[in-house]
Write a protein that binds this ligand. Structure first.
Ligand code: FAD
Length: 448
């Protein structure tokens, strides 16, 4: 079965060399780095974006493509509401079809307890006047056709959206370039140059870039990059598996999930699928270092994670991955241009089985592709969006915890303002870096 279409053998579409100086340097060419760069360039700020592999080749293209307000953490919600407005605007501005469609998101309820959980979100939805509503069993069966199970009900948000991530983020990168961003693929940021408590520039594998501000938006690699400079963030990653079917009849135009299977209609007429159940975590030094911070998440869902004693060589938290390196020597970032975990075969089988079980009318489901991804997570399931107090000019936007695609343009706009020293228009205290070190209790956000 074909796996994911992005790899380090793809042609380099944004070649170097990087400039000798740039007001802002962004580390990481996922949705967060790309949209931050775009908003800065729109304000005529010189920006260089460094991507060790290819634009969007890691999480930002492998995700399910859900753009949702539904079920969000209350503090993320205002940013995701803005993000949805920005998605529409950017889709128009980029002039490419990125599959952006307003088709809704639906969570299916098996039990009264599930429905009670949905009611808790309805209170948050009411504050923001969302169109989220609860459905009874019959309304649920009408919304999603041909399900073999009768659900207690559902929660649905018709104004939520979907897009094709592997089209969207490269298209936004091209728009950013047209606005003046210098993107350099195949160029790892190795270390920061810091003196007198301020960032002075970035050492890359092809030389030095002088810069007064640096944003670390490195997804699953951010913790490794920052730790080299004494900035500790309790970020870990989990491996997940997803798949795409051949074209099938439309049973629902949006995205939906029960406890067994998540499905999302695709622009090509198929579905992007993932099975419920546990994800895989590779134990490494960071896992032990930050274990206590993850206890609340573990208690909340003790069976949600399976463990393996070591990561494949070259992974960010592998036992053999160096934690220190010199600016002029190979770093772990260029050793692994694209973090491309294989899909788990058992997961692919269960995806197919569960989808066919829920929709028996699909007698012949063929998975045309299956892929893996490493999701970067924080202990409280919400990101870090902040400046680093101890290092002037250093900013961090990472740990999107499995839901950074939809909110991406909102975070990008906010971070562009943070970097410029402007008011961001949102309360970012929930996302502050210091929450992990100032004795604050871990306050869990929703997992989905
Ligand atoms: C299977 C799956 C399903 C998901 N489904 C959804 C969904 O439906 N909706 C949703 O909102 N979110 C979803 N997510 C989560 C979402 O994809 C991520 O939260 C989001 O893409 C994170 O974006 P990012 O820019 O922070 O990181 P990434 O997309 O991981 O990008 C970081 C980039 O930084 C680069 N980099 C790292 N270190 C360096 C360095 N030193 N120098 C240069 N480059 C560097 C990496 O190569 C990488 O390309 C899903 C994720 C997965 C894996």
């Amino acid at each position: 079965m074909p796996t994911f279409p992005f790899s380090e053998t793809d042609p380099i579409r944004h070649p170097g060399p990087p400039p000798k100086a740039s007001e802002v340097v962004i580390v990481g060419g996922g949705i967060i780095g790309v949209t931050t760069a775009l908003f800065l360039a729109q304000r005529n700020i010189p920006v260089t974006l460094l991507e060790k592999g290819r634009i969007a080749a890691e999480q930002s293209s492998r995700n399910w493509g859900w753009i949702r307000k539904q079920g969000r953490d209350a503090d993320e919600l205002p940013i995701v509401i803005e993000a949805i407005r920005l998605w529409r605007q950017l889709a128009e501005e980029c002039g490419e079809d990125i599959g952006l469609t307003q088709t809704g998101v639906t969570y299916l309820a098996k039990t009264d307890k599930d429905m009670a959980g949905f009611e808790a979100f309805m209170k948050i939805a009411a504050i923001h006047a969302l169109d989220t509503r609860l459905l009874d069993a019959d309304e649920t069966a009408t919304l999603i056709k041909g399900m073999s199970r009768k659900f207690k009900g559902a929660m649905t948000t018709p104004s939520d959206m979907r897009a094709e991530p592997w089209l969207a983020v490269p298209a936004l990168a091209r728009l950013a370039v047209r606005k003046g961003v210098k993107i350099v693929e195949n160029c790892a940021a190795r270390t920061l140059e810091i003196s007198d408590g301020k960032v002075k520039g970035v050492w890359t594998e092809t030389g030095y870039i002088e810069a007064s501000s640096v944003l670390v938006a490195g997804g699953a690699w951010s913790s490794l990059f920052l730790r080299r400079h004494g900035v500790s963030i309790p970020q870990l990653s989990v491996r997940v598996t997803a798949a795409a079917t051949d074209p099938l009849a439309e049973i629902y135009a949006g995205a939906a999930t029960d406890e067994h299977i998540a499905f999302r209609r695709r622009q090509d007429g198929g579905y992007t699928l993932a099975a419920g159940g546990s994800h895989l975590h590779y134990l490494g030094p960071d896992a032990f270092r930050h274990a206590t911070k993850y206890l609340p998440a573990l208690r909340d869902n003790p069976l949600g994670t399976r463990y393996f004693p070591f990561a494949p060589s070259g992974y960010p938290d592998a036992w053999s991955t160096p934690r220190d390196w010199a600016p002029d020597s190979h770093s772990p970032f260029e050793r692994m241009r694209v973090l491309d975990p294989a899909p788990e075969p058992a997961r692919l089988r269960s995806i197919k089985r569960k989808f066919k079980h829920l929709f028996p009318q699909f007698e012949r489901v063929r998975l045309k592709a299956g892929w893996g991804g490493m999701i970067d997570a924080m202990p409280d399931v919400v990101p870090i969006v902040d400046h680093v107090a101890a290092v002037g000019g250093l900013f961090v936007a990472t740990g999107m915890s499995g839901h950074g695609f939809g909110i991406g343009p909102g975070i990008g706009r906010v971070v562009a303002d943070l970097i410029q020293g402007n008011q961001t228009g949102h309360d970012l205290s929930r996302f502050r870096l210091s929450r992990f070190h100032d004795g604050s209790p871990v306050r869990l956000g929703p997992a989905l």
